[in-house]
Design a protein around this ligand. Structure first.
Ligand code: FES
Length: 583
């Protein structure tokens, strides 16, 4: 049905608002729409042509990183009211990184469908997205982008720095270190357990530059969040003030008709990739931004990650690549200060939801601590970006984060030690009889989008215990899985096509020689084409254990990592116009 909703003088929208189609009517539908809403105590004047701002909340007590978002929503509401709007909060699916099985990534697209349907089907003119934990941010952005209302995102903010026995503890990053220390026999189980409360000591998301902090920061680079969204700690009162300002801006954005698609252009994505390089951000941002671009029809590809991030050094000394944490990062100047350091790489004319260009938004930013935020001329690490590797082992690409890798291993030739699945890995990796040494390359198969399913964060395979005990701290690891943004190591991820989709990764056997050359962007399996063809004929396709429900739909329709792991039927958008009434 034709969308005549935006025609000038549309009698269904006397105030020029989408919500008019519900609340400005004089008929029985209007009666129903207003009457039931009034049972919540809303006065008649609230339906008088005020822009309705939906507050899309991923709060859940099962998602501890978002556990404080109900409170934050109240500050958004104050801002909406102050600007003359009508705030209405609604819940959507929340995704708990620490708790959900088998992996939250299996449900990112499902949550995005919930966000899209909730926004599209209900009477709102603008949206404030409240997100925090890793997948809640991309899920909200993707779903909202497919509707394309005036929208901005407010992150929950990171936890305060962890503190244990006089040293700082970083979310996730130190869990990995402690796990290795326990396996190597240098940390006792009571010590290990005592560190739990010390690590997560306030509301908020992981306070390393993991996926949550990366995505919250990249929202600033994309221009879809207000300045300082990335780093203000969750419990700092300035986070609440930011939520208030977001509510105000949402109302103004409705009046300006500033939609997501006007902010999230190709150059906005390029800015975000450059920022990610300067931050040493998470590899997970690769799939999330590709999926988001797909929803908006923006021409942005995996190779753009390499192209735009290649010349930008890592400026930020934060775990997992460095030493400090998000709290320190905020005090050092936060994301605007980093954007200003790399201003010469950015499109400063990009619009942002602040109502300013990117250049205006960062004009007054300052660096207050050079131990945390370095200069481009004297960077923290010379290479910041995500490198995209190609070769006969990853014809459609694979990624590595050089800033988290060991420089000596960035060019390496080694023999494969293969694991056919996550279960096989768990069973054998610490087996004293496993034939492996520090030069081996660990290869994990069938952990990609379809194979796991859900592309688990297990690409940073553990170092075999017997090598840890010899003092080995890093090895080349290759898989079709993802890696937690809080993890580190010389880890090649997102190999596409994945093993379960018949990618060459499925053909690797123990003892095969593999060559990794990050400078040359090369990932090569040194096996003849004839031998690979022979192995392919003998390959038994992986059978998905899922025969029903969301998991089956996911396995049948999920796209590969180089396409953002979205569902094939979710690419693009449906817009905000819904021609039928409520029945
Ligand atoms: Fe939620 Fe890290 S587990 S942000």
């Amino acid at each position: 049905m034709a969308d005549d909703s935006k025609k000038a003088g549309n009698p269904k929208r006397p105030n020029g608002l989408r919500s008019d189609e519900w609340f400005a009517r004089q008929d029985s539908y209007g009666f129903i729409y207003r009457s039931w809403m009034k049972n919540q105590g809303h006065a008649a004047r609230m339906f008088d042509g005020k822009p309705v701002v939906g507050i899309c909340n991923t709060w859940s007590e099962f998602t501890p990183c978002n556990g404080h978002l109900r409170g934050l929503a109240e500050h958004v509401k104050r801002g909406v009211l102050e600007a003359g709007g009508f705030p209405l909060e609604f819940p959507v699916t929340s995704l708990s990184e620490p708790l959900m099985r088998p992996t939250t990534m299996l449900f990112r697209n499902l949550a995005s469908m919930d966000v899209e349907a909730s926004i599209r089907s209900q009477p709102m003119d603008g949206v404030v997205l409240l997100a925090g934990c890793d997948k809640t941010t991309p899920a909200c952005l993707m779903g909202a982008a497919s509707v394309d209302l005036p929208t901005l995102l407010v992150s929950g903010g990171p936890m305060l720095s962890g503190r244990y026995e006089g040293r700082m503890l970083g979310s996730g990053t130190d869990v990995i270190r402690f796990k290795d220390a326990v396996a190597a026999g240098t940390m006792s189980i009571p010590e290990f357990m005592a560190a739990e409360a010390a690590m997560s000591r306030s509301a908020g998301s992981c306070m390393t530059m993991g996926t949550a902090s990366t995505m919250a920061s990249l929202c600033e680079g994309l221009g879809i969040a207000l300045p300082q969204n990335g780093a203000i700690p969750a419990v700092d009162s300035r986070r609440q003030a930011l939520a208030f300002e977001a509510g105000r801006r949402a109302v103004q954005m409705v009046r300006e008709d500033l939609r997501m698609s006007q902010v999230l252009t190709r150059n906005a994505f390029a800015n975000a990739v450059r920022l990610n390089a300067a931050l040493g951000g998470s590899t997970n941002a690769v799939v999330h931004l590709l999926a988001l671009a797909g929803r908006l029809g923006v021409d942005f590809t995996l190779d753009d990650w390499d192209k735009y991030g290649r010349d930008v050094p890592c400026l930020v000394n934060l775990m997992p690549s460095g030493q400090y944490l998000m709290e320190d990062f905020y005090y050092a100047g936060g994301v605007p200060a980093v954007l200003q350091q790399i201003a010469s790489f950015l499109d400063l004319e990009q619009p942002t939801v602040a109502g300013l260009t990117m250049g205006q938004a960062i004009a007054d930013a300052k660096v207050f601590d050079r131990k945390v935020i370095f200069e481009v001329t004297e960077p923290f690490k010379p290479i910041g970006g995500i490198a995209v590797l190609r070769g006969n082992l990853s014809p459609n690409g694979a990624v590595i984060k050089p800033s988290a890798a060991t420089p000596a291993l960035m060019r390496h030739r080694g023999q494969a030690v293969t694991f056919s699945s996550a279960d096989d890995l768990k069973k054998r990796i610490h087996d004293p009889d496993l034939e492996v040494d520090e030069h081996s390359i660990l290869v994990l198969k069938n952990c990609g989008p379809r194979g796991y399913p859900g592309m688990a964060e297990i690409g940073n395979l553990p170092i075999p215990a017997k090598l840890l005990q010899q003092g080995v701290t890093d090895m080349v690891r290759i898989s079709d899985a993802r890696m937690s943004g809080t993890a580190f190591g010389t880890v090649v991820l997102h190999v596409a096509p994945e093993a379960a989709a018949g990618g060459p990764l499925a053909l690797v056997e123990d003892g095969d020689w593999i060559e990794l050359d990050v400078a040359e962007r090369r990932l090569h399996l040194d096996v003849s084409d004839e031998e690979l063809a022979r192995r392919r004929t003998a390959l038994v396709p992986l059978q998905s254990p899922y025969t029903r429900g969301w998991e089956k739909l996911y396995a049948d329709h999920v796209l590969q990592a180089d396409q953002g792991v979205d569902m094939d039927f979710l690419v693009g958008g449906s817009g905000d116009y819904v021609p039928r009434e409520s029945h």
